[in-house]
Design a protein around this ligand. Structure first.
Ligand code: G6P
Length: 610
């Protein structure tokens, strides 16, 4: 999704902007641009495509400035092109604006501006806002007030940054619904849509909240509400290092993140297990345990991979706590007039903590009085801050667009929440201890799976040419089938569908022939025998089968083309292990097809628009 960076200080802003944009590349984008103002010129340079292209252009111009803003765009209104790329500007090219979000009433605003004589060069909603600010600039002759007045007319979402030739000592920023962070330096300040773009320069950040607007000078900043009242903002220390954001010797972030899973899972449970008592301790839920345990219902809402984690969470929580659980796509939940009461607990899962649909669903559930909890990876993200309570997964920065380590850490945290609540219900101490012992063995088991990387690569080589895939699993492994299929389609562009294995006979079986690979997740649980029957059904129709099985399973390999073996654990935790070969399978197929696995086409890491 769109990325924003800005700099004001004593250094040349241009390299800071380019480097910041590179750090935002993982979010997904299709064009990029920078705007700078110095004593002699105001200049915008933009291009379709990669930041590397923009960098070449910028170098050829040899520009320098102490004030600049930069943007990576993910098209919403208007195709990816140079004219639609940001910054957008006023007609005399003295004021530059970058924007993340969607101006929903841009059509009516544009009509008014056209009548006033404004001309538009792009198809974007952002250019409408640029002209609207210009309209007020002519009346107020003050950038801050012009932005404030313009935003009062705007419906929709925005994280914006604006600079103006006549006031070259400041950047004006504002936020509603899209993330915006100020980075505090010494005689320099930064702005960004994501702390990743800032941490090379500072660890001190200020999170802007919805409805806030600020003037950033090189040595201070002043935040206000959109109604022009002064507010005091807290400065936070971010605990993130540049090393965590590098590829660490791996060819892709995705592979690095898959390989990091022993560590990320360890970090997700570190300090949270009390073996002696058979309980988990989650600081972020302290004081809320009783209310959760006494809920009439738990709803889990999310998007994408996080939604798959929610499905696994449903199985866990229902099995161990006996509380009815429903899982909802956040995008459906927010518009469906959901029936929510103060006796409900609603859990929102989001790696980025910024997904627009999930955030909106959270606000909706909050309005209806439910207890709203967040499970997020990005510390200080919007969903984490909006939730009443919650648990960070502590998986570390996830840069690859296809989520991997965040998924397994989400499952792990869901198991900790399950343990926390179940121990207040009917789960006894030895049963709690058994879960903890299994959790403690998990990271070693993950290592054993990762050692099979070369085998999985060899298997992947045999499936590169396939055009369709089916992924089948039952019980805890139905969501894993969905996640395996999603991983493959996201990065390899091969059509893949996940199904509950038993549903195969109600439709997908018609697709099976010797051209159709079927991936079965067939570990030994209560439905194992039934899954073996489904494997036989595919075999009888000459389908190619790859099965994920337990280490001690010597039967399925006699039936299928390929097996990948994973260690056994309790059913609730088995998905954490069985999904890993599927991540590696998707990764190797995509690499062998020569595709960009870290930045797959059309996708964005953080979807901050509806
Ligand atoms: C995007 C990403 C997915 C992710 C989904 C939800 O579509 O490409 O990988 O699962 O958003 O993101 P979240 O940050 O809320 O988990």
């Amino acid at each position: 999704m769109c990325g924003i960076v800005g700099y004001i200080g004593e250094k040349n802003s241009v390299p800071v902007l380019i480097e910041g944009l590179k750090r935002l590349e993982y979010r997904g984008y299709d064009s990029a641009g920078i705007g700078i103002i110095n004593t002699t010129e105001c200049k915008v340079i933009k291009t379709k495509g990669k930041v590397a292209e923009l960098e070449k252009l910028v170098q050829s111009e040899n520009i320098k400035s102490n004030l600049g803003i930069g943007h990576t765009r993910w098209a919403t209104h208007g195709e990816p092109s140079m004219k639609n790329a940001h910054p957008h500007m006023n007609e005399d090219k003295t004021m530059f604006l970058i924007h993340n979000g969607i101006i929903e009433n841009y059509v009516s605003l544009k009509k008014g501006l056209l009548e006033e004589g404004y001309k538009f060069v792009s198809e974007t909603d952002t250019e409408v806002l640029a002209h609207l600010i210009d309209h007020y600039l002519k009346i107020k002759n003050n950038l801050f007030q012009a932005v404030r007045y313009a935003l009062n007319e705007v419906e929709g979402t925005y994280g914006i940054a604006v600079i103006y030739k006549n006031e070259p000592d400041k950047i004006v920023v504002a936020k509603k619904g899209s993330p915006l962070v100020i980075g505090i330096g010494k005689n320099e300040n930064f702005i960004a849509s994501d702390v990743n773009a800032l941490i090379a320069h500072t660890s001190q950040v200020v999170y802007m909240e919805d409805g806030e607007i600020a003037e950033i000078f090189k040595d201070h900043f002043q935040a206000k509400t959109i109604a022009d009242e002064n507010i005091i903002k807290e400065i936070h220390e971010v605990d993130l290092s540049i090393d965590e954001l590098s590829k660490g010797g791996y060819p892709h972030y995705m592979l690095k993140e898959i390989m990091e899973q022993p560590d990320s899972l360890f970090n997700s449970m570190r300090g949270r297990l009390v073996l002696k008592e058979g309980i988990s301790k989650l600081g972020g839920l302290q004081g809320f345990e009783e209310r959760i345990a006494n809920s009439d219902r738990i709803i889990i809402s999310a998007c994408g991979t996080s939604w798959h984690a929610a499905l696994v969470g449903e199985y866990m929580l229902e099995q161990y706590t006996g509380i009815p659980v429903e899982v909802e796509y956040a995008s459906e939940f927010r518009y469906r007039h959901p029936i929510i009461t103060p006796n409900d607990t609603v859990i929102f899962i989001s790696q980025s903590g910024e997904t627009a649909d999930t955030l909106a669903a959270l606000k909706e559930a909050k309005k209806k009085g439910a207890l709203c909890l967040g499970i997020c990876n990005v510390v200080g993200s919007s969903i984490a801050r909006e939730s009443e309570a919650g648990v960070y997964i502590h998986a570390g920065p996830e840069i690859g667009v296809a989520s991997t380590k965040a998924f397994t850490s989400q499952l792990l945290v869901l198991s900790l929440i399950t343990l926390l609540i179940a121990r207040r219900k009917s789960l006894n101490q030895p049963e709690g201890q058994e879960i903890i012992e299994e959790l403690q063995k998990l990271t070693h088991k993950v290592e054993l799976i990762l050692k099979q990387n070369e085998l999985i690569e060899k298997i992947a080589a045999q499936y590169v040419e396939c055009r369709n895939f089916l992924y089948l699993g039952r019980g805890y492994h139905f969501p894993v089938a969905l996640e395996g299929a999603l991983k493959l389609k996201e990065i390899s562009y091969i059509h893949a569908e996940g199904y509950p294995a038993a549903e195969m006979k109600h439709g997908p079986i018609a697709l099976i022939d010797d051209d159709m690979p079927v991936v079965f997740i067939a570990t030994k649980d209560s439905v194992y025998e039934k899954v073996v029957n489904n494997i036989e059904e595919v075999k009888a129709r000459k389908g190619r089968i790859l099965a994920i099985v337990n280490e001690d399973d010597n039967e399925i390999e006699k039936l299928v083309d390929h097996v990948i073996k994973v260690p056994k654990t309790i059913n609730m935790l088995q998905p954490i292990l069985s999904v890993i070969p599927l991540q590696l399978l998707a990764y190797h197929i995509a690499v062998k097809k020569g595709l960009n696995v870290d930045q797959p086409r059309n996708l964005a890491k953080s979807v901050t628009v509806e």
